[in-house]
Design a protein around this ligand. Structure first.
Ligand SMILES: Cc1cc2nc3c(=O)[nH]c(=O)nc-3n(C[C@H](O)[C@H](O)[C@H](O)COP(=O)(O)OP(=O)(O)OC[C@H]3O[C@@H](n4cnc5c(N)ncnc54)[C@H](O)[C@@H]3O)c2cc1C
Length: 414
C-alpha cells in the first residue's frame, strides 16, 4: 500500500519505520525542513515506563489547586473561553477518579513496556545512536513525606512489572553521584533501572536517514498539510501547499495539531496542547548527572544527553502558543543551579518551548477512525518519546490486520 504519514515528529518517524518494514511504500510529510523540529525537539529525554502514571488523578486536582498559590510549581492555566479547552477540561475531570487513573496508567504502562522492547530492537537493527543511556532514572524527593507518598504511588507500577528500588539519600547518591552536592536536601528516591534516556530529535533525524537509505521511505519536508480529500468513505489524497499526494491509506501523527486536522474531516479527537519548556546546556564530561532524574517536588525532569544536560518543566495551558520569555525558565535554572552547582552556564543554554499533545486520560489513540483508510497515531502527551516506537509497531499490526503483539484494550480509537 502507498501510505502517507502526516507528521515527522518522533511518533510519525517511528511509525514510518514499522510500516516500511512491512513492505508499504511510505511517504512522510512535514511542514518543517527537518524531522522532530516541534515537540519532539526538546523534551526531557526520558524513555520512561516509570513515568507512565496518567496525569488525570485525584492528586492532579490537589496539585492544580496548590499551583495557584505556588507559582514555581510549574502548572499554569491561562483561562480561556475556547470551547475545545472547556470540553477537554471537563473530559479531564471525568478521568480524575482513582479508578480511571489506575486504568489509564495500566494501559500506558503496557504500551511503554512494549515500546522499550521496540526501541532497543530498532537500535540493534539500525545501529543508530541518539545520545542514549540505559542506566535507569532516579525519581527523588525532598521530604520524608513526599518520598513516602511517591514510593507508594510507584508501587502501582511496580506491581505491574516495573523494577524499582526505594532508596535513602546515601544510596541515592551512590547511584547518582551527580546529586552529591544536594544530598542533605533530599530525603531519598525511587530508582527505576528499566528506564532509559536519549535525544528524541537525534533519534528521529537518524531514523529518517536510515529509513530513506534502507527502506525507501520518502520524506516531503517544507510541505504544509491543508486537508484530506475524501470520497466514498476513503481518504483519496492529502492536500498540501505543494499539491495533492495520492494515497491508499493515511496515518495522522501531527502531534497537538492532529486535533485540528481531524476536526476538518469530522473526526472527534480530544487532544489539547499542554505547553512545556526546556533548556539544553553543554556541560563538562566529568560533571553533572550520570543518568536521568526527576525532582518530584519541583516537577523538573532532566537527562544527560552526551555532554549536554537537558532540563524540562512546566505544564501550561496556553493554546497553540509556542513562544517563550526569559522568566519562563527562572524556576528551571534555579533548580539546575541547586542540584548541580557550578555545572550550568545559563548563557550557553538553548531555550525551547513545545506542546504536549494531551488526551484527557493521557492515553494515546491508534487505529482506524471514521474512514476506511484513515489511521490515528496521536495524543501521546507527556510520554510520547517513551511510547513512540511501541505505538508505531502496534499501528503497523493494525494496518496489516495482524494479531497485535500487545493487548489492544484501551489503545484503539473508539
Ligand atoms: C517540556 C516537555 C518535556 C517532555 N518530556 C518528555 C520525556 O521526558 N519523555 C517522553 O516520553 N516524552 C516527553 N515529552 C512528550 C513528547 O515530547 C511528545 O509526546 C512527543 O514529542 C510527541 O511527538 P509527536 O510526533 O506526536 O508530535 P510532534 O513532535 O509535535 O510532531 C508533529 C509533527 O507534525 C508536523 N505538523 C503539524 N501540523 C502540520 C501541518 N499542518 N502540516 C505539516 N506538518 C505538520 C509538525 O511539524 C511536527 O513535526 C515532553 C514534552 C514536553 C513539551
Amino acid at each position: 500500500m502507498k501510505i502517507v504519514v502526516l507528521g515527522a515528529g518522533v511518533v510519525g518517524t517511528a511509525a514510518a519505520y514499522y510500516l516500511a518494514r512491512d513492505g508499504h511504500a511510505v511517504t512522510v510529510v512535514d511542514r518543517q525542513s527537518q524531522a522532530a523540529s516541534e515537540t519532539s525537539w526538546g523534551n526531557a529525554g526520558l524513555v520512561s515506563p516509570g513515568d507512565s502514571t496518567a496525569w488525570a488523578s485525584p492528586a492532579a486536582l490537589a496539585t492544580f489547586i496548590k499551583s495557584l498559590y505556588k507559582p514555581d510549581m510549574g502548572i499554569k492555566v491561562r483561562f480561556t473561553l475556547d470551547p475545545h479547552f472547556i470540553t477537554w477540561s471537563l473530559r479531564f475531570l471525568t478521568q480524575c477518579t482513582q479508578g480511571r487513573a489506575d486504568a489509564n496508567t495500566a494501559v500506558k504502562l503496557r504500551l511503554a513496556f512494549h515500546s522499550r522492547t521496540c526501541i532497543n530492537a530498532l537500535q540493534d537493527e539500525t545501529g543508530i545512536g541518539y545520545d542514549d543511556r540505559r542506566k535507569g532514572i532516579v525519581y527523588f524527593y525532598r521530604s520524608a513525606q513526599s518520598l513516602e507518598a511517591g514510593a507508594k504511588h510507584m508501587q502501582y507500577i511496580a506491581d505491574r512489572g516495573l523494577k524499582i528500588e526505594v532508596v535513602d539519600r546515601e544510596r541515592l547518591v551512590e547511584l547518582e553521584p551527580g546529586l552529591a552536592a544536594v544530598k542533605h536536601q533530599l530525603a531519598g528516591g525511587v530508582y527505576s533501572p528499566m528506564d532509559q534516556t536519549g535525544d528524541s530529535c537525534l533519534f528521529s533525524r537518524r531514523l529518517v536517514e536510515w529509513c530513506g537509505a534502507n527502506l525507501g521511505v520518502t520524506y516531503r519536508f517544507d510541505t504544509t498539510i491543508e486537508g484530506l480529500d475524501i470520497e466514498a468513505n476513503r481518504v483519496q489524497g492529502v492536500r498540501t501547499d505543494k499539491g495533492v499526494i495520492a494515497c491508499d491509506a493515511v496515518v495522522l501523527a501531527m502531534g497537538a495539531e492532529s486535533a485540528l486536522l481531524a476536526r476538518k474531516i469530522g473526526v472527534s479527537l480530544p487532544i489539547y496542547p499542554v505547553k512545556g519548556y526546556s533548556a539544553t546546556i553543554p556541560i563538562d564530561e566529568d560533571k553533572g548527572p550520570t543518568m536521568g532524574g526527576v525532582d518530584e517536588d519541583r516537577l523538573i525532569a532532566y537527562s544527560r544527553l552526551g555532554n549536554r544536560l537537558r532540563l524540562a518543566s512546566t505544564a501550561e495551558f496556553a493554546g497553540y502558543d509556542r513562544t517563550y520569555k526569559a522568566s519562563d525558565f527562572a524556576s528551571l535554572f534555579k533548580t539546575a543551579h541547586d542540584l548541580f552547582p557550578g555545572v550550568v552556564d545559563e548563557s550557553k543554554a538553548e531555550r525551547w518551548a513545545g506542546l504536549r499533545p494531551m488526551m484527557p486520560g493521557s492515553v494515546p489513540v491508534h487505529g482506524k477512525a471514521r474512514y476506511d483508510n484513515l489511521y490515528l497515531d496521536a495524543g501521546h502527551g507527556h510520554v510520547g518519546w517513551t511510547m513512540a516506537c511501541g505505538s508505531g509497531q502496534f499501528l503497523s499490526d493494525l494496518v496489516a490486520g495482524r494479531k497485535p503483539q500487545i493487548d489492544p484494550a484501551g489503545l484503539v480509537y473508539q
